[in-house]
Design a protein around this ligand. Structure first.
Ligand code: DC
Length: 207
């Protein structure tokens, strides 16, 4: 079984997709983490030959951690600076082509919940279940702000809101595989739902 969950930044996709996968006893794949890991790598390279760098790159998931060329980068890729850079970097067609192939390969022979921006529209077009998870931008910014506040007391809500709006714009307006709700995807608006309610709603549709 293939389940695709797409949606904008801060919609709670990762937490929800992970919980859905866990309840169904199947594999969870966070494709945003893959774009983040590649961005981290490219930012640290002087070489501008993306194709060559991509060919030499190894991305692996082990339990809840993501490894880039053998190194655990799970925390590093979550930094705000990387979030903004990834949104820019993910426009690059070479990077997309490389990661889409890798994602299809991962999902080939296993049951998965795969989460991202183009899963239902590009990566797993034939997924049995497709969901488009969203929430009001202010609600998403507030959730993100509360998360970031745990690590950084200096952060301002307005900055988080503006960053999120910028990422929404980038993700929905890029030429290659923009974030869209496909006709066959079920819209889930979590603005007024908590985690448990959202997960249950998705599981009801699947069952
Ligand atoms: O889901 P996330 O916030 O971790 O994703 C980080 C960035 O990666 C996001 O701004 C857009 C990009 N992305 C993408 O273009 N396609 C995907 N399937 C997943 C993420």
């Amino acid at each position: 079984m293939k389940i695709a969950i797409d949606g904008p930044a801060g919609s709670g996709k990762s937490t929800i997709a992970k919980e859905v996968a866990s309840r169904l006893g199947i594999t969870y794949i966070d494709t945003g983490a893959m774009y983040r890991a590649i961005t981290l790598k490219l930012l640290n390279e002087n070489e501008k030959d993306f194709e060559k760098i991509l060919k030499d790159t190894k991305i692996e998931f082990k339990e809840d951690f993501i490894f880039l060329d053998g190194k655990d980068v799970s925390s590093e890729i979550r930094k705000n600076e990387i979030s903004n850079k990834t949104s820019e970097m993910s426009k690059n067609p070479l990077i997309r082509e490389y990661l889409v192939e890798m994602q299809r390969h991962i999902a080939e022979n296993i049951d998965v919940v795969m989460e991202g921006r183009d899963i239902g529209s590009v990566v797993l077009k034939d997924a049995e279940h497709k969901f488009f998870l969203t929430a009001d931008v202010e609600v998403r910014a507030r959730r993100r702000f509360n998360q970031l506040l745990e690590k950084n007391k200096d952060i301002e809500f307005e900055t988080v809101l503006e960053d999120l709006k910028k990422r929404d714009y980038n993700d929905t307006h890029r030429k290659n595989s923009p974030l869209i709700q496909t006709d066959d995807a079920i819209l889930i608006d979590s603005s007024n739902l908590n985690l448990e309610e959202t997960v249950n709603k998705i599981l009801e549709y699947i069952r």
